[in-house]
Ligand binder design. Structure first.
Ligand SMILES: [Fe+2]
Length: 486
């Protein structure tokens, strides 16, 4: 209890002291020694680019400093070959907010945040650079207190159309400091020109635990500054907070919105803002992010139906954390499937990218109109309506459900590829009427490959892997699994 009171006091102190006093958080916080890379300082850190506006003409950037820092800015310039390209930079004032980390204010009640006892607050900053040119390389930097600037990061705006690729990662969540860095870095090595990284929920294990976010940002490092993130909320981005068992409420991490500037869809209720959104990346691709943590998914299903009806993007990808077809043993999400599957199939959503089950599963629902059966396993070509993937990038691994996807036969879905006990990253490439999908293991070797071909206005055709794929990985044929840290 004493620690909790100290935490609240530290938070109040953090909110009232000038920034310079707080430059060295370890001098002030009452908790255990922080790793130096967790402590906020006068220097900008946790820098991540996101999409909050049109990706062809805007770039959003988020960063953090010690508490109480205001009046900072970010600069952007065309990334030309000139050594002093920065002479042509323009400055944009940041939106800044200081938040307590050790306590949460819910309607005037100060609630201690488990795992953050004694932490000082921090300031979160963001800008949205606008008026940019499509498919153009820009350099930007962000400011901390006292004129401390980040390095210049280079990032490219979205093209209006044309080939592109992106990275998709399932749950990081566990072993973020130890086992996840090799995966996001291997993904970057495999697709250094990826246009964005889709994180399909459970980025961390404990929604508001600052240490885990520190680990997440450290693992991505400069990759986060160069390749925008599209984050999806998982169940672990939610946490029960309250003074007593009775008044605990399940809440989105209070760090989510400060650290990720994301699109605000005005036609959705405010609770869903920055967790349900569309990124219309180019004429060729739109990504629809859902928040599958909601008990009632009907509002999102209606929104998705409207957006898909209005969308003329050549390829449409939906991402949510909880899978339509579960692959973890004894798991199922009828709450999500019953409401969303009809919408996904009505619009023949090309790809549904999910997490949650800590296994790998990939399979499709066929297209009867195409009059060719959907390919199962790795043989044959077939008409496909929607392809579904569950994946995991972190260390935690579950057993695959005993009957595979057999229970879902009535929905017409065929499981094509599966794995246990393996960390994955995926690279998805769009090139006109062709979508190429590759799931890689952490050593950079392909594990699952397929392509979809879409004729103009016609049915999609699935083309299985042109090359032999490795044997299915299971707990039986891999090194013993013994849990994870975190
Ligand atoms: Fe998870």
């Amino acid at each position: 209890m004493r620690i909790r009171i100290l935490g609240a006091v530290a938070a109040v102190v953090a909110a009232t002291l000038p920034a310079t006093t707080l430059a060295h958080g370890s001098d002030h916080h009452a908790g255990p020694e922080l790793p130096p890379w967790q402590q906020a300082s006068d220097w900008p850190d946790r820098i991540v680019s996101t999409f909050a506006g049109d990706p062809a003409t805007t770039i959003s950037v988020n960063w953090r400093t010690s508490a109480g820092v205001t009046g900072v800015a970010a600069e952007i310039a065309l990334a030309t070959p000139d050594a002093r390209f920065d002479q042509q930079a323009r400055s944009v004032a940041a939106d800044s907010e200081t938040i307590d980390l050790a306590t949460f204010n819910r309607a005037g009640t100060i609630i201690p945040v488990t795992h953050n006892e004694g932490l000082p607050g921090a300031s979160y900053h963001s800008v949205m650079f606008d008026g940019l040119q499509p498919d153009t390389l820009y350099a930007y930097r962000v400011e901390g207190a006292g004129g401390n600037w980040s390095e210049w990061f280079q990032t490219r705006t979205a093209p209006l159309s044309g080939p592109l690729r992106f990275i998709y990662l399932g749950d990081a969540q566990n072993g973020i400091a130890s086992h996840w860095p090799r995966v996001i870095r291997a993904a970057f090595q495999s697709a250094p020109d990826a246009r964005f990284i889709l994180h399909a929920g459970d980025l961390v294990n404990r929604a508001s635990r600052d240490l885990e976010w520190a680990q997440w940002f450290r693992a991505g490092g400069f990759i986060n500054g160069m390749i925008p993130a599209i984050p999806v909320t998982g169940n672990h981005e939610y946490e029960q907070l309250g003074l007593t068992e009775a008044d605990r409420q399940r809440m989105l991490s209070f760090m989510w919105r400060p650290q990720f500037r994301l699109p605000v869809e005005q036609d959705l209720s405010p609770d869903l803002h920055e967790t349900v959104y569309e990124v219309r990346y180019s004429a060729d691709l739109s990504v629809f992010v859902l928040n599958s943590n909601e008990a009632d998914m009907t509002e999102q299903a209606r929104w998705l139906d409207e957006r898909l009806t209005a969308s003329d993007a050549r390829w449409r990808v939906v991402s949510m954390h909880h899978p339509v077809f579960s692959s973890g043993r004894d798991r199922d999400n009828p709450r999500v499937r019953d409401v969303l599957l009809p919408v996904l199939l009505k619009h023949k959503v090309d790809l549904v990218l999910q997490g949650h089950d800590h296994t790998y599963a990939r399979g499709a629902i066929g297209d009867d109109e195409a009059q060719v059966p959907v390919a199962n396993a790795v043989a044959g070509e077939g008409g496909v309506t929607s392809m579904f993937v569950n994946s995991v990038s972190g260390a935690k691994q579950y057993e695959f459900s005993a009957d595979g996807w057999d229970d879902y036969q009535p929905a017409g879905v065929e499981l094509a590829r599966r794995a246990e006990n393996t960390q994955f990253f995926q690279v998805i490439e769009i090139d006109g009427g062709t979508l190429r999908y590759a799931a890689y293991t952490a050593d950079g070797e392909p594990y699952d490959l397929f392509a979809l071909h879409k004729a103009d206005g016609g049915a999609k055709r699935l083309v299985p892997s042109p090359q032999p794929l490795p044997e299915t990985r299971t707990f039986e044929n891999s090194l013993p699994y013994s849990g994870t840290d975190n």
